[in-house]
Write a protein that binds this ligand. Structure first.
Ligand SMILES: [Zn+2]
Length: 246
């Protein structure tokens, strides 16, 4: 069964056609939610990619409003660059080099020019998630994830090595990670309409300002699984991204 709906759009510079994909709404409930707001389905991020590097001419452009006539659901009668050729700028996530390359792409976009707040928030949020990708699912380094039989020893130990190396790179990048997150926080406080649910308490937690996280959550009237988990991780002064549901 097809899980994605395809759509098509053109590079404004060279007019090459690119194929995009959206997860069908009936599958959204099966996705994995992380504390930083990133949602994954089958290891694919479900947030639409708005900053595109054309695989044909290298031109960078935004696809902000996904509406016709810019985007069509009808397959054009021309050669089309598949989703994999441009999604995440063609980067592979199977090793830390790919993850670091993604970080560099966002840093370069941010360094190149001044963006309106909405766009800067989008890029800084994606940069934040890209840093977190270095040690996302860090719990898998524990033996119990091998022992429960979901992964062979070879697969588990390679994944474990990648996570441990990723954690080292993450810690080394702490200054840039923190600067980006502080700037994102400032922008989101100025533009609350751009915030996603639970984003502020999570940012404070990842900045290790656990008291702020607690203070925000205590103002909320309803307690959810997500808020309990945030409080639990804050209590233990754990600032690493974690899986909320999956
Ligand atoms: Zn192009």
């Amino acid at each position: 069964m097809l899980k994605y709906d395809s759509y098509y759009f053109q590079c404004p510079c060279c007019q090459a056609w690119l194929e995009g994909r959206n997860l069908k709404s009936e599958f959204v409930n099966e996705a994995i939610l992380y504390s930083d707001g990133k949602v994954l389905y089958d290891n694919y991020i479900t947030t639409r990619q708005k900053m595109i590097l054309c695989p044909s001419c290298g031109h960078a452009f935004w696809v902000e409003e996904p509406v016709e006539p810019f985007i069509t659901v009808e397959k054009p009668n021309a050669a089309v660059y598949s989703w994999n050729t441009w999604r995440f700028f063609g980067i592979s996530f199977s090793d830390n080099k790919g993850k670091q390359a993604l970080i560099q792409h966002y840093r370069q976009f941010l360094a190149k020019t001044h963006y309106e707040p909405k766009k800067e928030i989008y890029l800084r949020r994606l940069l934040w998630w890209a840093y977190n990708d270095l040690h996302r699912n860090f719990q898998y380094i524990r033996w119990k994830y091998f022992l429960n039989g979901f992964m062979s020893y070879g697969v588990w130990s390679a994944y474990r090595r990648m996570l441990i190396e990723g954690e080292k790179i993450f810690l080394k990048s702490n200054k840039d990670f923190t600067e980006n997150l502080q700037r994102l926080l400032t922008l989101l406080e100025k533009h609350p309409e751009e915030q996603i649910d639970m984003e502020l308490p999570e940012i404070y937690r990842e900045l290790r300002q656990f008291d702020k996280t607690k203070a925000i959550l205590e103002q909320k009237t309803s307690r959810t699984h997500f808020t309990s988990e945030l409080l639990y991780h804050s209590k233990w002064k754990d600032s690493r991204v974690f899986m909320v549901t999956g």
